[in-house]
Design a protein around this ligand. Sequence first.
Ligand code: SF4
Length: 363
Amino acid sequence: MGDQATGGPGATAASLPWVSVDQVLLAEPRGFCAGVEMAIKALAWMVRTFEPPVYCYHEIVHNKIVVQRFEAQGVVFVDDIDEVPLGRPIMLSAHGSAPEVVAAARARGSYVVDSVCPLVTKVHHEVKVRAGKGFRIVYVGHEGHEEAVGTMAVAPHAISRVESIEEVAALPQFEEPVALLAQTTLSHRDWSDVAVAVRERFPATWSPGRSDLCFATTNRQSALMAMAPRCDAIVVIGSSNSSNTRALEKLALEAGCPQVFRVNSVHELPDGLTGTVGVTAGASAPEELVEAIIAFLDPAHGVELLRVTEEDEYFPPPRNIRELQTAIGVAAAAMVGGPREASASFDDRGLAASDVLATLRAP
Ligand code: SF4
């Protein structure tokens, strides 16, 4: 990453001698995916509904600014459920948790919301079913990543994790049939070579009809690839522990872009950006960071949106939040003597997580 820019909060590229950007190419889709939208709105609901502190197992999503914003609202992030005092509300993160963590949270918390992304739940389900049918699961995922840890814990006795062709070659010759599954946020390049190697070693390998790689990861990578050939530099916004952000950064380098910078915020932009600059953001990076960076770059010939697809996926809130919201609405209607149908309905889909996040800013 580049040196910290020193222009101060009001400075733009035009007012700084070392930054002279002609144009910004802005990738679309970028930033928050449907799973992150759902998780952020769910945690914001918890914060507004319960007395602090609300506890959250693991970072709700892998983004520093999102985490800090919630910490300022009294959310305590823990990496061990035993750190949660008995009887407090608990949120489980979007990356998915091991079954024993979910059970421990339910035993300990007063009200537990699991904000796991439905696409991660799908992989957990595939692991459970295939392990139950006697398969050996070869799982392509990053060592130590929370999603991979949670997924492998579904059937630890039946899973072998790999992330390189060499690791596939080092696998034993399994007696049982082999199933091939993946972490949702891998880049296509990281996935495809390893998947080919697994199928070569185990020709009868089973894999799901639809790949485990999620639409949001794939769409953000396609948008990046569309803009990369035109860019003198690419700025990828997102945290270092965000798998899909790191995949974007890696892909931009592999695409041959001469300069690639992953930044957490405008303050980490490097000196000397010139020409055409591509901007994209990982699935857990808020749009306010994109806006701040474009304002700073202040391109002489404006911003061109490079949209590769329309992304309109939506995941509703976790079920127990929906049920509680409905119950509160019905109770409120009953209190004023109205019929059950008179309970106020709430348009969750129309509410953007970035707007919710903005309301959590310190005054
Ligand atoms: S990146 Fe994909 S798998 Fe991860 S939370 Fe978003 S939609 Fe779900």
